[in-house]
Design a protein around this ligand. Structure first.
Ligand code: B12
Length: 214
């Protein structure tokens, strides 16, 4: 039964059938199915990779990419508030945002959902966040960690600019920085001077959880 529900979800999504996708999401979100919310989030994330491939290979055009993004947004909005963790204590604050020039927020929001459910107080700056705004938020909220998301290769340099701005303002030393998103890699993160790269939101949450215990 489990596989069938997830297949229906990804099948409807990849057919760009919004109503069917949201119905399939609703069944899982209601808890009436054997599939978990986390499995549905992972299934949608995997399907979005396929959307990207279809777009990259010229099979789909911008209209389809935009519509798929819209459907995914609505489905994720039903799921991410339901991500459950084992939070029984306050673990500290995290500031997150998508870097300047980049409007992708689905992955960042999944990380926010997991981090919230793990007991972190997350301050979400949204998308297209300028380096100065990241630094202002770190100065204001004094988080234990900063998370940056980047999906566009041309925006990857913004990660470095943010780290330089934090350094310049004397805000880098006490702060841990984790980055994620399809445009980034482990080696890029290391060279840019971030503390960690997270290939997915669960790993990202595990990393900040480890830091908060240290
Ligand atoms: C959906 C989508 C869109 C939607 C975004 C909707 C939204 N609200 O986010 C829309 C239609 C707006 C869009 C627009 C564009 N897009 Co787009 N998009 C995608 C697509 C298909 C899926 C992205 C996604 O949401 N994936 C699912 C999530 C769950 O995955 P994720 O973001 O990687 O996040 C996971 C991890 O990376 C990690 N993570 C991510 N961030 C963070 C942050 C932290 C702190 C942590 C710990 C973890 C973490 O955790 C997440 C969950 O596990 C990708 C394809 C791809 N392979 O990524 C293209 C893709 C990113 N887009 C692309 C392009 C080219 C564009 C446009 C330039 C198209 C155009 N010509 O206009 C515009 C750019 C707009 C802009 N300025 O940002 C290219 C980028 C190519 C490149 N190398 O730079 C891609 C790769 C498609 C492709 N293969 O060509 N896009």
């Amino acid at each position: 039964m489990k596989r069938k529900e997830l297949e229906e979800l990804t099948g409807a999504f990849l057919d760009l059938e919004k109503k069917r996708t949201l119905e399939a999401t609703g069944v899982i979100a209601s808890g009436e199915s054997e599939s978990t919310v986390q499995e549905a989030v992972d299934a949608l994330a995997g399907a979005l990779q396929r959307v990207g491939k279809r777009f990259q290979e010229g099979e789909w055009f911008l209209g389809e990419l935009v519509y798929a993004g819209e459907i995914a947004r609505e489905a994720m909005d039903l799921l991410t508030p339901l991500l459950r963790g084992d939070a029984n204590e306050e673990r500290g604050r995290i500031v997150v945002g998508t870097v300047a020039g980049d409007l992708h927020d689905l992955g960042k929001d999944i990380f926010t959902g997991y981090a919230n459910s793990a007991g972190f107080d997350v301050v979400d700056l949204g998308v297209d966040v300028a380096p100065e705004r990241f630094a202002d938020a770190v100065a204001e909220h004094r988080p234990a960690a900063l998370g940056m998301s980047c999906l566009l290769t041309i925006c990857a340099g913004s990660v470095t600019t943010v780290l330089e701005e934090l350094e310049r303002r004397g805000l880098r030393e006490e702060l841990k920085v984790v980055v994620g998103g399809a445009a980034l890699t482990e080696s890029f993160a290391r060279e840019a001077g971030a503390d960690a790269f997270a290939p997915d939101a669960v790993t990202g949450t595990e990393i900040v959880r480890r830091w908060s215990k240290a």
